[in-house]
Structures are given as C-alpha cells and as structure tokens.
Design a protein around this ligand. Structure first.
Ligand SMILES: Nc1ncnc2c1ncn2[C@@H]1O[C@H](COP(=O)(O)OP(=O)(O)OP(=O)(O)O)[C@@H](O)[C@H]1O
Ligand SMILES: [Mg+2]
Length: 204
C-alpha cells in the first residue's frame, strides 16, 4: 500500500493550534492540527488561499511558534522556545522553499546557492563543486554570476529550490514553490523537485 509504511516518524505536529491576536478577537488559523512526516515520504498540504498553509509550514519548520501543541523530531519534542537549539536544528536538518523565492538581491545565483552552507561556517571546496553541479542540474550553469534581479521568475525559483537542498537536509518544506509560475514551468520544476528529493534522499 504505502511504501513508507513502517518507516519511522521524522517530523510530527501534535495538537497544533495557532491564533493571531486582533482587536476584534483572536483569529484561529490552526485548530488542533495533527501531522506526520515519515522518512522518504512526500506530503502535500492543500487548502484555499488564507486557510493557513504557510502558517502551518512555518510552524513545522520552527520559523514560527504554535499557540499550543508540540513539534516532535524523530519522536523527541523540539523545544521551539529555545532559539539556539531550534536554529541549529533547522540549519542542519531542514531546507526551505518559500512562496516567494527569498533570494538575497545583492548575491549572485551561485552565491545564493551557497548561503545556507556559509551560515554554517566556512564553505568547503566540495560544497562549491556541489553548487556548480546543482546549477548545471537546473540548467543555469551560464547564469551563475547573475543577480536575482537579472534572472527570470522561473530561474529564481529554480535557484531557491536547489538552495533548499544544499545542506543535505533531511526535510524540505516547500510552500507553493511554483504557485506564481505558469503550469508548464511549474510542472517542470515539480519534476526537478522530486528528482532532487530522490537523489538527495530527503523527505518533502
Ligand atoms: N502574523 C499574522 N498576524 C495576523 N494574521 C495573520 C498573520 N499571518 C497570517 N495571518 C492570517 O492567517 C491566515 C492564514 O495565512 P497563511 O499565510 O497561512 O495562508 P495560506 O494558506 O498560506 O494562504 P495562501 O494560499 O494565500 O498563501 C490568513 O487569513 C492571514 O490573514
Ligand atoms: Mg501561503
């Protein structure tokens, strides 16, 4: 049935509740939401605009804290209030593709790819070569020196996508990475995303 059945639970959200305070009363976006991601699994979260998908993914990636509920990584609670622990966990284990590409405008395509590596410390030669390989894999080897503003929307998204895999994450959280692209390009990038996932052996 499910090829991942029995695989251990990588990331788990238990009773996640999120509300935003407002003058007219709190806005409840997540109400007792449960979620499980097993190893090698790919999960899609669907819902109408404004239904809380980005909020949910931000909580799963510990970029935001739930009002109530718990996040577990490999069965252990993740203390989302301990910023240092959470930052390190995210850096080591999680790759993000945001709804908007979030490339740094003053860095070239190649430098943007290496950003997550740089944040962790010095960039080993092996990672420089990996960034070059990724550029080739997404068909942008001849755009390495372009700034994001000198890339098309789809090219920017491809860089953002590859960047999420640079630190060899276990989990990639992708928030409608192709939402603002046309169908054909979106489809192609989707294929690319799954190819990277298979080659890099991550959960999505
Ligand atoms: N920081 C915030 N403060 C108050 N309300 C917020 C905040 N962030 C999000 N919201 C509200 O929470 C709801 C869910 O937002 P979210 O961005 O998670 O939706 P979404 O499902 O990702 O939508 P889309 O498909 O348009 O990206 C929205 O109605 C939004 O107005
Ligand atoms: Mg969203």
């Amino acid at each position: 049935m499910n090829k991942t059945a029995g695989a251990s639970c990588l990331l788990e959200g238990i009773g996640l509740h999120k509300e935003f305070p407002r003058p007219e009363g709190p806005l409840v976006v997540l109400d007792d939401t449960h979620f499980q991601l097993r190893e090698k699994e790919a999960v899609a979260v669907v819902g109408a605009s404004g239904s809380g998908k980005s909020t949910f993914l931000n909580i799963l990636g510990a970029l935001d804290t739930p009002t109530a509920g718990e996040l577990r990584y490999r069965g252990r609670p993740l203390d989302t209030r301990d910023q240092k622990v959470v930052d390190q966990w995210r850096l080591d284990r999680v790759g993000f593709v945001f709804q908007t590409h979030m490339l740094l405008p003053d860095f070239t395509a190649y430098e943007n790819l290496l950003l997550p590596v740089r944040v962790r410390g010095t960039v080993p030669q092996e990672q420089r070569e990996r960034a070059r390989r990724f550029l080739a894999a997404i068909g942008l080897e001849d755009r390495a020196t372009h700034l994001p503003g000198q890339l098309s929307g789809g090219e920017q998204q491809r860089i953002a996508l590859a960047r999420a895999f640079m630190n060899r994450p276990e989990i990639v959280l992708a928030d409608e990475p192709f939402g603002n692209l046309d169908r054909e390009i979106g489809g192609r990038l989707g294929g690319m995303l799954f190819r990277l996932r298979d080659e890099e052996d991550v959960s999505l």
